[in-house]
Design a protein around this ligand. Structure first.
Ligand SMILES: NC(=O)c1ccc[n+]([C@@H]2O[C@H](COP(=O)([O-])OP(=O)(O)OC[C@H]3O[C@@H](n4cnc5c(N)ncnc54)[C@H](OP(=O)(O)O)[C@@H]3O)[C@@H](O)[C@H]2O)c1
Length: 342
């Protein structure tokens, strides 16, 4: 089958998979960064019976409404990409909201999915569920072996509860669940809100605004030496479908690029892509965070999955998406709306 080129410019090779094309697939959180990428991926592969509900249409913390949605719609497969997600500031300020909403969303969806006869559910953890101090690259068996990073502990504990719930429903009820642990994601649909965004989109916006304003320098927080790993969200979506079709076991699976780079190298790359000609200055009074965070991806590789999108190409696409949305919202002061159905 020939490859399909999507609006993001990312090439997907459509393939015949194990999930029947006539299946009804519910993508929870389909307007988010991950959910919108999964919807693009499924559409590219020819899945037409996609079930989506906006947050306003279906409040996933509301158990009776979630139950009745599953009972009436009866999806065959579920990608659970709805969650309350935020940056360090939000996690620090609203830990109660992060733990309550995430525990409710995943509990309601996993339980209703099982009770309504869903064939398989894919749950998404996050690399932040691993302990703060663990040997790098991080293997899956490091989960629950040491204390967590305190700044997002409430979120991480909620996610760990979700991983355990997915595993427990498998063990006790025979409900087929799989859980993936993605590294830092970026791509179309990212948030460029400086208060709430991750380092990669925040740097895109900073360099862009400095270029527009003709500023002689851009200040990057910290020393620039910490190493981080980034995965394009379309690669994650590809992995999600791959694992939905090919993986069936209770052990969690890391999904990453398998490569990291320093924040300084990342800043240099983004500077080139944006075409900013000023200087980069490091504000060493700001915290660096963990020195290195890299997932060990040997398990996903052994299962037959590898990422395909080069970081420079992915950053260029993300910058283009930022520019388009900037025009749309007059300066890009909002998050980019997800690419996907309304
Ligand atoms: N982004 C990353 O770098 C990253 C890395 C690793 C793992 N993950 C995991 O991937 C998953 C999705 O993350 P994301 O980055 O795609 O987040 P996101 O862009 O914030 O999207 C989350 C989606 O969930 C929806 N949602 C939130 N609360 C809801 C509720 N109570 N009821 C119904 N819908 C609700 C949101 O709708 P509204 O916006 O309308 O509220 C949004 O569409 C999360 O489980 C996260 O842990 C993300």
């Amino acid at each position: 089958m020939s490859g399909l080129f999507l609006s993001t410019g990312t090439a997907f090779a459509a393939r015949e998979g194990l999930v029947d094309k006539g299946s009804t697939i519910y993508v929870a959180g389909h307007r988010g960064l991950v959910g919108s990428a999964i919807v693009r991926r499924l559409r590219a592969d020819g899945f037409e019976k996609l079930l989506t509900r906006t947050h306003a249409e279906l409040e996933l913390t509301d158990q009776p409404r979630v139950r009745s949605f599953f009972e009436s719609e009866k999806p065959d497969y579920v990608f659970l990409a709805a969650a309350k997600v935020g940056g360090i500031l939000a996690n620090n300020r609203y830990p109660a909201d992060f733990i309550r909403e995430n525990v409710l969303i995943q509990t309601n969806v996993i339980d209703a999915a099982y009770k309504s006869g869903v064939k398989k559910l894919l749950f998404l953890g996050s690399s932040c569920v691993y302990p703060k101090c663990v040997p790098q690259p991080i293997t899956e068996n490091r989960l629950l072996t040491a204390p967590l990073e305190p700044t997002n502990q409430a979120y991480a504990v909620a996610k760990i509860a979700g991983l355990e719930m997915a595993r427990a429903y498998r063990v006790q009820y025979g409900f087929t669940t799989v859980s993936l642990m993605p590294s830092n994601l970026y791509g179309p649909g990212d948030s460029f809100d400086l208060q709430n965004s991750h380092v990669l989109p925040a740097l895109i916006r900073k360099f862009h605004e400095a270029k527009q304003a003709g500023s002689p320098q851009v200040t990057v927080w910290g020393s620039g030496t910490p190493r981080r790993e980034f995965l394009h969200v379309d690669d994650l979506a590809d992995a999600a479908l791959f694992m939905m079709e090919n993986y069936d076991a209770e052990e969690i699976v890391n999904i990453g690029s398998g490569e990291d780079l320093t924040i300084a190298d990342l800043a240099g790359l983004i500077q080139q892509v944006v075409g900013y000609e000023g200087q980069i200055v490091y504000d060493r009074s700001k915290p660096d965070g963990t020195a290195r965070k890299l997932l060990d991806v040997s398990k996903s590789e052994a299962l037959g999955w590898r990422p395909r999108i080069d970081l420079r190409v992915g950053i260029r696409e993300t910058y283009e998406c930022f520019l388009e949305n900037c025009a749309a919202v007059n300066g890009g002061s909002r998050s980019i709306p997800a690419v996907g159905p309304e």
